[in-house]
Design a protein around this ligand. Structure first.
Ligand code: MLT
Length: 265
């Protein structure tokens, strides 16, 4: 499905099931298709909505000087446009988590719960920002598929890469559909995103922190410190998963998310 927002942004999304809305925000450089196991596995229990972030999948809109805050505002505009008035559970993985954290700060009263998967509260440090600039230069000269290949060794856990070729193929297919402009805009937005650690104590919303035990991009130690900083967080470490835990171990992650949502009511 597709919704046109007043900002000139058009967002692609899936919306299945009924009840408590669970809104899902994907990782970079993927699309809402990464949430298919959650759309399939959680829509018997709640209303699952997976959104393509601006510049990815079927979502389009102004990309110049795009910020993580604007991506969070897109989610708020989406909720308004779709007349979703009840508090949502917002789940974001990695880049989706950066957006979810900003949403939580800007729209606190819109949340019943927060799921932060394989993400971090820290901004990029100097080395991280320099690496983003290198990746932007690479993306200017290469295809989105090439960008993915650069990241792939650190996106998925070792076991997934060696023994689950169907997941590797799904990730490749998602990135192949990305645009150069979307990739560069998101890299700039992530490079320039704000530090969130000092804001964690004011986020009193119940939060589930998930992390793949083999996550190399946002390792368990970062998830632990983020969970410690959040007043009402529970941390669950997912075995047999790298950075894309919800895709690599959907049953374990779906159970954790389902129990979290049940405990909210
Ligand atoms: C992601 O998975 O969304 C990205 O790896 C996040 C990042 O590069 O910081």
């Amino acid at each position: 499905m597709q919704v046109e927002l007043d900002s000139g942004t058009s967002l692609g999304y899936d919306d299945v099931g009924q009840g408590q809305p669970l809104v899902l925000l994907h990782a970079f450089p993927l699309t809402r298709a990464m949430w298919q196991p959650q759309l399939d596995g959680l829509s018997q229990k709640c209303r699952v909505i997976a959104i393509d972030s601006r510049g990815f999948g079927t979502s389009t809109g102004p990309l110049k000087n795009l910020t993580i805050d604007q991506m969070a505002d897109d989610v708020a505009d989406f909720l308004q446009s779709e007349e979703i008035r009840e508090p949502i559970v917002l789940a974001g993985l990695s880049m989706g988590g950066y957006i979810a954290l900003r949403f939580a700060l800007r729209y606190r009263d819109r949340l019943a719960g927060l799921v932060l998967a394989d993400t971090r509260a820290e901004a990029d440090n100097a080395e991280g920002r320099a690496n983003r600039d290198k990746m932007i230069a690479f993306a200017q000269e290469h295809s989105p598929a090439d960008v993915l290949e650069q990241m792939l060794p650190r996106l998925l856990g070792a076991e997934t890469q060696s023994q689950r070729p169907e997941i590797v193929a799904r990730v490749r297919a998602m990135a192949a559909g990305a645009t150069r402009e979307g990739i560069i805009a998101a890299l700039q937005a992530m490079r320039d995103r704000a530090h969130m650690t000092a804001s964690l104590p004011v986020l009193r919303v119940p939060t589930l922190v998930l992390v793949g035990r083999e996550d190399l991009l946002t390792p368990p130690a970062l998830a632990e410190s983020m969970a410690r900083g959040l007043p009402r967080a529970r941390l669950i470490t997912i075995p047999g998963a790298g950075h894309l835990a919800t895709l690599e171990q959907p049953d374990l992650c779906n159970r954790a998310i389902s129990e979290f949502i049940e405990a909210l009511s």
